[in-house]
Design a protein around this ligand. Sequence first.
Ligand SMILES: [Zn+2]
Length: 406
Amino acid sequence: WAQTADGSPWIGVSCQTQGADLWWPVKDHPSDRPDSLAISITVPKGLVAASNGKLLGTRERNEKTTFDWFLSTPINPYNVTVNIAPYVTISDTYISTAGDSVETTFWVLPEDEAKGKELFPQFIEQMRFYEEMLGPYAFRDEKYGIVHTPYLGMEHQTIIAYGAGFKDGALFGQHSDYDDLMHHELGHEWWGNLVSVADWKDFWIHEGITTYMQALFTEQRRGMDAYFANMQYFSTMIDNRQPLAPRESRSAGQMYQGRDVYYKGASVLHTLRYLVGDERFFTILRRFAYPDPKMEAITDGSSMRYSSTEEFRNIAEKHGEMSLDWFFEVYMYQPELPELVSMVQGDNLILEWVTPGNLTFNMPVEVVVNDISAKITFIDNKAVVPISVTGDYEIDPNHWVLRKKR
Ligand SMILES: [Zn+2]
């Protein structure tokens, strides 16, 4: 409950960790969603109420206006929201990569309309990035909505909460030369709203993949060096206190402890990309969003599905064309990072992966010897690299492989 510059009400709702049952009667579990929602909001005349789905119409009575919204797609209860203020709207029609027209609207406070107009092209640019990378926006029949909120942000389906103050880099400072808060919340329309976890234990799928998408956006804008710098920055925020994807059921609050669902999730994807190579990796991402390419043609959001770390592994194994149980055992199901121990013996560099419980971990590593780079393969967690008489070598110069730092 906030106020605008002229003292008008400015109201928003966000409740992911507390639960939607805080404000409406609901079976509040991520594994079961309402199929559709009718939301009617009555406000004093002059105020505007923006919500999920499509606006069916407005009704006036006794100096009050009722806004009737209808969402025809399944939705996570925590994504249901109302937003009230004397909003003005900035609108355009976005043409999806699938060819469909998507009504795009930003509800913004009147005092920030000019800033809203300046920011709007970024909303379009970011939407195109996601569609090209992952397949079409799933809720094309409803709208691409963004609403100015008195709190930082939230991925409310078809009505993204935006409160980053029209400043680039609200999340990652100098690592982002774009509106990274908006980019993060929009990413959840794929990772969270199209692909949803049925249990919070797999929450990294929402936050980790979305966070990784930001490094990919940086790469697209500023190249590989900026991407590597972005990933290095993410890796400094990893705690390793609990498994990234615990095997047992968890609450949202439990999974929000620490930041691993964001930054370790992103870092594991970065390592997976190195392991399987770019072509396979980007196929994995797209087929995890839409396992069947035919699903990409669906415009009404019914392409949404429940997913899990296990499903991700199956898709990664299929399109990565390799067995990945060892990779998931080490990075997902237990907290500790693997350690790469190195030792020079004569003309050889001896490398060994040390893992908790001696888990098998034959993760290849880039080694540069006399300016020549090679992807070194491991057997029984060990590798031997000839380094010749100069003894000049560098291990994993681009930090592709997530591991314990000494
Ligand atoms: Zn998020």
